[in-house]
Design a protein around this ligand. Structure first.
Ligand code: SF4
Ligand code: SF4
Length: 64
């Protein structure tokens, strides 16, 4: 799954962009955004975000 970023939580610290291997995260108006064309779905960004603004939606069956 390509992560999604909650713009209301993102502080614009850029840590996610710094750890993204394919550099698929870009900043726009002080918020992080992911280019789905480049994302390799590694999850590094979600692990790095200090405020939990990067969410990965697993299939519903996994969450049960
Ligand atoms: S999941 Fe990996 S490739 Fe995709 S935006 Fe996050 S760090 Fe980058
Ligand atoms: S690491 Fe989290 S708070 Fe920092 S820029 Fe990325 S999404 Fe925003």
């Amino acid at each position: 799954m390509i992560p999604r970023i909650d713009g209301a939580l993102c502080t614009g610290c850029k840590r996610c962009a710094e750890v993204c291997p394919p550099q698929s995260i870009y900043m726009k108006e002080e918020k992080a955004h992911i280019d789905p064309e480049l994302c390799e779905e590694c999850g590094f960004c979600a692990a790095e975000c200090p405020v939990g603004a990067i969410l990965i939606d697993f299939p519903a069956s996994v969450n049960q």
